[in-house]
Structure formats: structure tokens, C-alpha cells
Design a protein around this ligand. Structure first.
Ligand SMILES: [Zn+2]
Length: 426
């Protein structure tokens, strides 16, 4: 026969030490699951996470309900020859009490101020969420609800729990129907709400400390409100004060001018970026002119530039150079260019030819790709590709073997690839 457990937190949520008898325990995957005749440990339920703590020398890692009974998950078994002593981690429990009771208050206020029911609740490690059945919530509405919730906290109203039977429910104005059909636990916040709930609450709303809404996010049919209560709100405030202080120091400004200063800084960065881009374009144009002057080879009236570019930071820059060179060569008639640059262990290649040239840019690139093992593509006017510079890992070869050492040397260096382009075209 199952012995009904006594859940001590139902009548005293501040009780942290208790003694109990072990009813049974079993081992599963290296953890021990124990059932006691009475417990002050709160099991995960109703959106509130479980307590942690100790049963004798066994650490309580998890607490859950199975078939109406509370089970404690332990790192080691309990003695069965006498009573065990339980100790609940109060810091964790009190944090959960502050967040959970804060949610009661906030949800009641959303309903009273805006008529929005709470349809979801999650007490997370750092932030708590309540899903409010309202499509849109303005900052002004959130502020009004937050103020009302904190007024309830400041008024230090009594929070009480009573067990009632279904026939007694009529005298309560419940925010939601109970999930159990007998011994219904009603949690009442004086003058605010009566709510069926099995969770842990402080005796007075003042112990919630404060309720701070952090933000809201629109869901399909509701709005998810992020908030923190009590110590979490204080720690969050401390974090924000530190961030504001650091930013004020960095920007040499006061808190009130912070947003304005960041706006100004963003504007000056944009202006500087635009100026830098103009300088880069000028530098590319200047270098392109030099390449055309030095490297162009005239043969049958065709202007040919085959060159390796140094100090490129990204493969896309090849295009900027190609565009500048093409613009310079256009006026001179028929042209063909091949640009090569080594970046991050690869040689990047670009070819471009003028309209009416006797060969296409893609064919030219292809001829070099076949000899180097690279990949790329494009059309008759312009093509791009790349090839690995070091096909053999140096560590994978025997250093004492001269032929192997030769094989490990990086091949397809930019200068070699340039020569291949030249050979292919002349
Ligand atoms: Zn509750």
C-alpha cells in the first residue's frame, strides 16, 4: 500500500530542515531515487524548478513527481535503518519564491490593468517569462503594469495558502480553474487575487523585493514578457549601473547624454568609413595605372596585363583592381588581363577580356586551372577561380627523403601561376 507523503512546503515554505523516514529507493544510471514519508523539497512543477540541498550526506540533484509521489534524485544512497535529515538550499528556494510570487502579482496586474490573461510561465536560470494573451503591449502599458505590481509589493500584503474542497470554490474569485478535484490549495494575495497553486510563496508581498520588466517579445497570439524579481532585479540593476559607468567613462559623458554620444560616434564612424573608401579607391586607381604602365605587353595591338598583386586583404579586392585596369585599357582597344593574389593558403585568379577578343575569359582561366588543379568559373568576358598553394601537408612526409621534401614544398605560387597565364596567351 502506498503511504501518502506529507509535503511540508505546503504549510511552511520557510522550513529548510526536517527529518523523515525512507520509504523506498532505487538506483538508475548511477543516481539514487528516494521516496520519503515527508519532505520539504519542492519538486519541479507548475513552472517552478525543483529545490536542491542535502539528505544526510547525499546531495539532492533533482526532485520530481511520479504518480503523485515526490522522488529525490541523489548522488549516493540513503541509510534505511533510521531517519534521515534533510536540508534545503535556502538561497535557491528563496530566489524561486521571489520570482514565483512576483509572477502571481504581475499576472494579476496584467489582468486588472489591461485585461490580459497569463497563458504561459517559465522560471529560468536568469530570467522569468510570462506569456500574456495580448497582441501588442506598448512601453507605456508595460510601465503602468510594472508600477501597479510594485505598489502591491510595497503594500506588503499577506500571502496565504488554504486547502479547500470543490464545494468551497464559489467563495473565491479564481484567476484560473484548479487542476485537482479535491484538497485544492488556494494561494491568496490579500485584496489582489485567489489562485489555485502548489508552489512556494513568501508570507508577505514585501519579500518579493521588486518586480522589474526587462522587455517584451511578440508571439503568435500573445506577448512574452521578460522580468526579474527580488535579488535578481538588484543584481541586474548593479550590472547595468556598471555598464553605464564604463560607457560614460569611455565616452567622457554623463548618463543622460549617453544615447546622444553613441549616435554622434556612429555618425563619425560612418563618415570616416566613407572617407577611407574614397582613399582606397584612389589608391587602387593609382596602383592600377602603374600596373598598366609596367606590365602591359602589346602584341598585335592587344593590351595584356598578367600580374601578381601583393598586400590584398580579401579575394573580392581582385575585382576592384580588375575594374580599374579594365577602365584604363578600354580606351586603348582590345585587352586581356589576368590578376593573381595569394591569400590564406590559396591563389585567387581573375581573368577579363574585351569584347571581340579571339579567346574567352573562362577558356583562358580553364587552361590554367587544368594545369594547377584549381576550381572556378565565369563567362566569356570575366572569370574567377582559386587553387590551393600547398597540396601536401609538410608533416605527412618523411623529412629525410629529399624527393619527399621537394613534394612538400608549396606549389602554385602566385608568380608561377602568372607565368602559366602568360604561356597560355602567347
Ligand atoms: Zn504560486
Amino acid at each position: 500500500m502506498t503511504i501518502t507523503q506529507q509535503r511540508l512546503y505546503y504549510t511552511d515554505s520557510t522550513l529548510t530542515e526536517f527529518s523523515a523516514a525512507v520509504l523506498d529507493q532505487f538506483e538508475e544510471a548511477g543516481r539514487w531515487h528516494a521516496r520519503l514519508n515527508r519532505t520539504a523539497f519542492y519538486p519541479t512543477s507548475g513552472g517552478q524548478p525543483h529545490d536542491t540541498g542535502w539528505l544526510n550526506d547525499s546531495q539532492v540533484l533533482d526532485v520530481y513527481v511520479l504518480d503523485g509521489e515526490v522522488y529525490h534524485v541523489l548522488d549516493r544512497p540513503l541509510p534505511t535503518d533510521g531517519p534521515v535529515r534533510g536540508r534545503v538550499d535556502w538561497d535557491r528556494r528563496f530566489d524561486h519564491m521571489q520570482q514565483h510570487c512576483g509572477q502571481h502579482i504581475l499576472s494579476a496586474c496584467f489582468e486588472q490593468v489591461l485585461g490580459g490573461r497569463t497563458v504561459g510561465f517559465h522560471l529560468g536560470e536568469t530570467v522569468v517569462t510570462a506569456d500574456i494573451e495580448l497582441q501588442q503591449l506598448s512601453p507605456h502599458q508595460l510601465q503602468a503594469v510594472e508600477l501597479k505590481a510594485n505598489q502591491i509589493v510595497w503594500e506588503n500584503r499577506a500571502v496565504t495558502a488554504t486547502f479547500v474542497q470543490p464545494q468551497d470554490l464559489a467563495r473565491f474569485n479564481l484567476r484560473q480553474p484548479p487542476k485537482v478535484s479535491h484538497d485544492i490549495r488556494i494561494v491568496s494575495i490579500a485584496g489582489l487575487e485567489d489562485n489555485p497553486c502548489g508552489g512556494t510563496h513568501p508570507a508577505f508581498t514585501g519579500q518579493v523585493g521588486q518586480v522589474k520588466i526587462l522587455g517584451a517579445e511578440r508571439l503568435r497570439n500573445a506577448t512574452r514578457v521578460y522580468f526579474v524579481c527580488g535579488k535578481r532585479a538588484l543584481l541586474d540593476y548593479a550590472d547595468k549601473v556598471q555598464v553605464v559607468e564604463e560607457l560614460c567613462k569611455e565616452l567622457s559623458t554623463g548618463q543622460g547624454d549617453l544615447a546622444n554620444s553613441v549616435q554622434k560616434m556612429k555618425q563619425s564612424i560612418l563618415t570616416a568609413q566613407k572617407a577611407e573608401l574614397r582613399w582606397q579607391q584612389r589608391a587602387v586607381w593609382h596602383e592600377a595605372k602603374e600596373m598598366v604602365r609596367q606590365a602591359s605587353v602589346r602584341r598585335d595591338g592587344r593590351n595584356v596585363v598578367c600580374t601578381a598583386l601583393e598586400s590584398l586583404t580579401q579575394p573580392q579586392d581582385l575585382k576592384s583592381y580588375a575594374n580599374a585596369i579594365v577602365d584604363l585599357l578600354k580606351e586603348k582597344g582590345e585587352y586581356a588581363i589576368a590578376l593573381v593574389a595569394e591569400l590564406d593558403g590559396r591563389v585567387h585568379l581573375l581573368t577579363a577580356v574585351s569584347e571581340g577578343a579571339p579567346f574567352g575569359a573562362r577558356d583562358w582561366l580553364q587552361m590554367v586551372m587544368e594545369q594547377t588543379g584549381g576550381k572556378g568559373g565565369g563567362n566569356a568576358r570575366a572569370a574567377q577561380g582559386s587553387v590551393q598553394t600547398s597540396p601536401v601537408e609538410p608533416s605527412a612526409v618523411d623529412a629525410s627523403d629529399p624527393s619527399a621534401r621537394l613534394a612538400s614544398e608549396p606549389v602554385n605560387r602566385a608568380s608561377e601561376v602568372v607565368n602559366l597565364f602568360k604561356q597560355a596567351i602567347f
